[in-house]
Design a protein around this ligand. Sequence first.
Ligand SMILES: NC(=O)c1ccc[n+]([C@@H]2O[C@H](COP(=O)([O-])OP(=O)(O)OC[C@H]3O[C@@H](n4cnc5c(N)ncnc54)[C@H](OP(=O)(O)O)[C@@H]3O)[C@@H](O)[C@H]2O)c1
Length: 382
Amino acid sequence: MKVAVLGFGTVGFGVYEMLKNAGGLEPGSVLVRPGKNDADYKVTSISQITEDPDIWAVAEVMGGTDPAYEYVSAALCAGKHVVTSNKALVAAYGPELEKLAAENDVAFLFSAACGGAVPFLHNIALAVESDRILSLGGILNGTTNYMLDAMQSRFMTYADALADAQALGYAEADPTADVSGMDALRKIMLACAVAYNMLPDSGLCCEGIESITAEDVNHIQAKGYTCRLVTSGGLSADGRLYAYIEPVLFPANAPECSVLKNFNMAKYTGENSGQIVFMGQGAGRWPTASAVLRDLNDILHGKRFMMQPDCKRVAADNSLCEHKYYVRLSEELADSIPSDRADVYDGTARLITKPMSVKTMHDIAKELRKGGNKVFFAAIGE
Ligand SMILES: NC(=O)c1ccc[n+]([C@@H]2O[C@H](COP(=O)([O-])OP(=O)(O)OC[C@H]3O[C@@H](n4cnc5c(N)ncnc54)[C@H](OP(=O)(O)O)[C@@H]3O)[C@@H](O)[C@H]2O)c1
């Protein structure tokens, strides 16, 4: 079965090479930009793929939504199965594309878009057939995990940890999507869509690691905690979906503390299965290409969708989940947050708040920052 590849970058090259040795699959044409078609198998127009009767499936690994959405739609309408590693595309257009796939009796799978080689979505899709997923999430961004680990274990500043991650190819030249938490938030949106057939696309709370300093890490470490950037999603008893990302402080015996460098740790809790944990490489050429190949093999074995064709968009409600938070802010703002205790030193206050909802904490930080104040916060984990 011939597979066309859209995009010939980090992941695209890996997919093309792996297809050469994949049983039952072989590489077809590769879509590149005009002027870059320096070999017979490279084409520059999507119609050369959609109109080619020999192409059985398309692997979209270009990234972005424009023209990825147009090209993926065209491939599905032309009766080609599609797999993608593009979380931005699925977070923006997943329900539409899954519906289009169903209408054309072809598959649309995207497990490479969440967790790279870690078979997270793949297993959630299997689990929902026989169990109810109570909650899901974990450490889903390798770049920020690498930075937090470097800041804690090698006492690096934020800027040095970022420069180190960029030098090793873990962070892009523009790291905003990773450090702001947006990249991992999109992944939890996808995971919720697979687990609950609901794509949360508003009401989300997103706090990345941009506010953490070396002093914060020292203080947290001195108290016996480790900071990780963690995504969380789930369904409340009354059917409300929550989905958010924020830094979390874990005590030394928590499994999250053993997730080092750029590794991911994804987990879900099933009503009957209990907690299931996956660890591995969440990004990189070969790990991500291996997830694309896994989806293609699933299609060979008859799998057609990961979210249902009638997947609904919903607003997340993060007012139900409560934690205590660790908050660092200037001393004069300390009274703006209800807290149990505060360390105050040299004009800086470090508080442990009373339990408060995720939405409340994120809203307070947003308000304080509007006035130009610097605030770092992290949930206290278990
Ligand atoms: N890299 C990872 O570890 C990883 C892990 C998980 C998921 N992903 C996802 O996989 C996707 C690809 O990532 P990547 O790291 O492989 O990116 P990349 O190295 O930048 O590769 C993307 C390729 O697509 C090409 N491209 C973009 N728009 C095109 C167009 N309109 N026509 C033809 N070619 C076009 C780019 O060409 P130009 O260079 O000329 O722009 C580039 O060669 C993204 O959605 C990313 O989020 C990546």
